[in-house]
Design a protein around this ligand. Structure first.
Ligand code: NDP
Ligand code: GUE
Length: 282
């Protein structure tokens, strides 16, 4: 039976490190400040955003949530972002996704000043990650890398298979694993005979968005399995991995909840401090 990776514990450790950095910044007269834009009434978003607010407070980061009705014109959001970009007291800006259908996600995300883009979604931050001059790295894949580091998993030479190629998770995840010298395979909805790939994985990262998509038959004995998925089934959240079957095959596995999710939030705080530090240094 595999060891369960305690994401809640590691997120706690990470937050303590971040709190110390916040303390040091405050001595220099800088209080890291995060602004979250919540547009529309996507039910999960409201609860995530409250979680972010609470976590920020716990490490001494101040935060504002700006709420906009779903029918808000995109221009209002763009103007708001322009103002926040100019405001020296704002260090981090996050636009909660998904956006209402009438908004152009790419255009909105591109409007956040890249220095304040604590999600790491701006093309400048994406480009930096891609050429290895990392600036701000997307929270979820960064959180996975931190978990692997805390668990002392040496990725060099490992075959890492990532299921999913989104800009938020799959692609940056693959880039980070490549930087850590893993051999990386990315699977997606057009991959043929996917099991042939996943069964070769020493590290398997599932970021698909389908409940319990990965089963024991997809996993090599002794593999490390990271479940990024957050799915709501019958009012409960579950991952993209069929935990009960895969647990007995994997050497280590993240649960859902209390796996990658809490690390994502911890990395948002860390990115906010990083952004404040970079703005402080000019
Ligand atoms: N824990 C956390 O902090 C976070 C969790 N999440 C969760 O992670 C999951 C993935 O999120 P995200 O990347 O944004 O999702 P997307 O829907 O943007 O991407 C899903 C990816 O999975 C691929 N895919 C879909 N169906 C299959 C299939 N049958 N076989 C193989 N690949 C498939 C898609 O392929 P294609 O490109 O071909 O369509 C796509 O690349 C979701 O459950 C989400 O809720 C997301 C962000 C943060
Ligand atoms: N601009 C933007 N940035 C994001 O980072 C972003 C986003 N939009 N939109 C939605 C996704 C999803 N996401 C999660 C973060 C934490 C948990 C989390 O902490 N989950 C807890 C459980 C929470 C619960 O019980 O509902 C856990 O896994 O233990 C989940 C999901 C960030 N996202």
């Amino acid at each position: 039976m595999g060891t369960i990776i305690d994401g809640a514990h590691w997120a706690d450790i990470s937050r303590q490190e971040t709190a110390q950095k916040v303390h040091a910044l405050k001595k220099e007269g800088v209080t890291p400040h995060l602004v979250v834009l919540l547009i529309g009434d996507h039910p999960a978003s409201a609860s995530y955003v409250r979680g972010k607010e609470k976590a920020a407070q716990s490490v001494g980061i101040t935060s504002d949530i700006m709420r906009f009705p779903a029918e808000t014109e995109e221009q209002v959001i763009l103007d708001t972002l322009d103002r926040l970009n100019q405001d020296p007291l704002v260090h981090g800006i996050l636009v909660q996704l998904p956006l209402p259908a009438h908004m152009n996600e790419q255009r909105v995300v591109a409007r956040v000043a890249f220095e304040k883009d604590v999600d790491g979604f701006h093309e400048r931050n994406v480009g930096a990650l891609s050429i290895g001059t990392n600036r701000i790295v997307p929270c979820t894949p960064l959180g996975v890398m931190e978990l692997l580091r805390y668990e002392q998993i040496d990725l060099a030479g490992m075959h890492a298979v990532v299921i999913g190629r989104s800009n938020i998770v799959g692609k940056p995840m693959a880039n980070l694993l490549l930087q850590a010298n893993a051999t990386v395979t990315i699977c997606h909805s057009r991959t043929k005979n996917m099991r042939d790939w996943t069964r070769q994985a020493d590290l398997l990262v599932a970021a698909v968005g389908i409940p319990r998509f990965v089963t024991a038959d997809d996993v090599k004995k002794g593999a490390v399995v990271i479940d990024v998925g957050i799915n709501r089934v019958d009012g409960k959240i579950c991952g993209d991995v069929d935990f009960s079957s895969v647990e007995s095959v994997a050497s280590k596995i993240t649960p859902v909840p209390k796996g990658v999710g809490p690390m994502t939030i911890a990395m948002l705080l860390s990115n906010t401090v990083r952004a404040a530090q970079m703005q402080q240094q000019g």
